[in-house]
Design a protein around this ligand. Structure first.
Ligand code: GLU
Length: 494
């Protein structure tokens, strides 16, 4: 069997969203699993909606997802079938050549009908309970008629001549056999009046010339596939195999879209999702292992992926699960790794002001201490910032309930003034030893441990909640803990 060659062929008309990223990932995984090639082709034939900016965001998103391509521009040496941008291919006359061949063989024809006329024809067919398609009236136009139209300054489109009867059978790897009745299919345009090929034509020509063996794409393209199959047949080309990936639904059961708060890949990056969490989540949208494994590394996925285990029923996009997975991935990392990911996020989002003058070693320790609470990288600054601010930012509620309430203020004052001295002289500033000290202190003064722990926590962090108190003290160090307690006493108790 020929080496596997698959492609991801985005139309640069917007950002890369979850659906597109899933298609790219499945193609990439299939190529990796089968030791084949993954090709990136830009389908920019929609001149109105395609933009350079969109090409850039798609490529940036692919790079962040680490879905590297073996062939395709830019960033690749291997340009065997170049160019990989359809508008550049059009300039080389690649599509026109095959359209001309089809016209010569009477499998395609010039059509001079105006778009309004075609619309009218479609509407009338619908009224007569016929498929809403162009009726093929230009199929039989004579050379003379065409010359006349030309003289009137009209420019034709090229339409494919669809067989009127018979069926075409798609043998989809995921869905099995699907039959399409030719009678329902339109004589669709293959070359527009300005010479640009349409998607259904350019896609076939390129898939053939680029020796694509498998077409894996979203099931929104199923209705295009019979048209494309007819082009392959007309040109006597061997077809690739097709696999249409099941739709992704939003929580309300309709196709996933912006309405569901569905955001682009790079927005997930901005929010602080890890590349590996998003990839791991995407792979579960329509594919599963026999034992329903949930957590994968990239390497793991590459080894286990197969199209045969892709399901035909839609999957629902579950944002809560993605968030959970992100937290899991973060938790599984070392402090150095989380730190690196965080710095990458800071640089990407341009948030470096947030961590200005923060000590790296302390930051690593603080992040590690708080790792169970981090769901998104963007949560980190607000979880650890109190370690780095010289002026303690006291929560109002903490002052009111822990330091200054009628019930607690005397004990709080006693705890802080005594522990200021005690901690200044406490040699072993490890969490274990500090906890012993605090418990002993409570026993000695005959008060509850919480009456010791809470004021100290507020005094050094300004907050009622936070990481484990004694670990927090350990990483802050004696000097800073004592300084903070002192500042708090001066502020509230003198
Ligand atoms: N350019 C098409 C799209 O972005 C590609 C469809 C295909 O894979 O054939 O939807």
């Amino acid at each position: 069997m020929a080496d596997v060659r698959v492609r991801f062929a985005p139309s640069p008309t917007g950002d890369l969203h979850v659906g597109g990223a899933r298609t790219a990932l499945f193609n990439w995984l299939f190529a990796k699993n089968r030791k084949g090639k993954f090709i990136l082709r830009i389908e920019d034939t929609d001149e109105v909606r395609s933009t350079e900016a969109s090409v850039k965001v798609i490529l940036d998103a692919m790079k962040w997802l680490q879905l590297d391509w073996d062939e395709g521009q830019p960033d690749n040496e291997n340009l065997k079938y170049s160019p990989y941008y359809q508008m550049e291919r059009k300039e080389k006359g690649i599509y026109q050549k095959y359209a001309d061949e089809l016209v010569t063989r009477k499998l395609a024809y010039y059509c001079y009908c105006d778009p309004e006329e075609v619309d009218d024809i479609r509407k009338k067919s619908q009224i007569n309970k016929l498929p809403p398609k162009y009726d093929g009236r230009c199929r039989y136009s004579t050379l003379e008629q065409r010359e006349q139209q030309k003289k009137r300054g009209k420019v034709p489109v090229v339409r494919f001549r669809m067989p009127d009867t018979g069926i075409v059978v798609l043998n989809d790897i995921i869905r099995g056999k699907i039959k399409f009745d030719n009678f329902l299919l339109d004589d669709f345009v293959i070359i527009k009046a300005n010479g640009t090929p349409t998607y259904n034509f350019a896609c076939v020509v390129d898939d053939y010339l680029m020796k694509i063996t498998h077409v894996l794409r979203g099931d929104d393209h199923i209705s295009n596939t019979p048209k494309q199959m007819h082009i392959y047949n007309a040109l006597n080309w061997e077809m690739p195999e097709f696999a249409h990936l099941a739709m992704i639904l939003g929580s309300d059961g309709s196709r996933l879209s912006k309405r569901h708060g569905h955001i682009s890949v790079l927005e997930y990056r901005k929010e602080g999702y890890l590349q590996e969490a998003l990839i791991n989540y995407l792979v579960l949208l329509g594919w599963s292992t026999e034992d329903s494994q949930q957590i994968f590394t990239m390497e793991d996925m590459k080894q286990k992926f197969s199209i045969e285990r892709c399901g035909a029923s839609p999957s629902v996009f579950d944002s809560a699960k993605l968030l959970w997975l992100n937290g899991e991935k973060i938790r599984s990392k070392s402090s150095d790794q989380i730190y690196e990911l965080f710095i990458d996020w800071i640089n990407y989002t341009g948030n470096d002001k947030l961590i200005k003058n923060w000590d790296t070693e302390l930051l690593k320790k603080a992040i590690f201490l708080e790792r169970d609470k981090i769901k998104l990288l963007k949560n980190i600054p607000s979880l650890v910032d109190f370690f780095f601010t010289k002026d303690i930012d006291y929560e109002e509620d903490a002052i009111r309930t822990v330091l200054l309430s009628e019930k607690s203020k005397n004990v709080a004052e006693l705890v802080l003034t005594k522990s200021l001295i005690g901690l200044s002289n406490h040699q072993d500033f490890s969490a274990v030893s500090l906890e012993k000290y605090a418990r002993h202190f409570a026993m000695d003064k005959n008060i509850k441990t919480s009456q010791v722990f809470h004021p100290i926590r507020v005094a050094i962090s300004g907050r009622k909640q936070g990481p484990s108190l004694f670990h927090m003290m350990e990483i802050m160090g004696r000097e800073e803990v004592v300084r903070r307690i002192n500042v708090t006493i001066n502020k509230f108790f003198t």
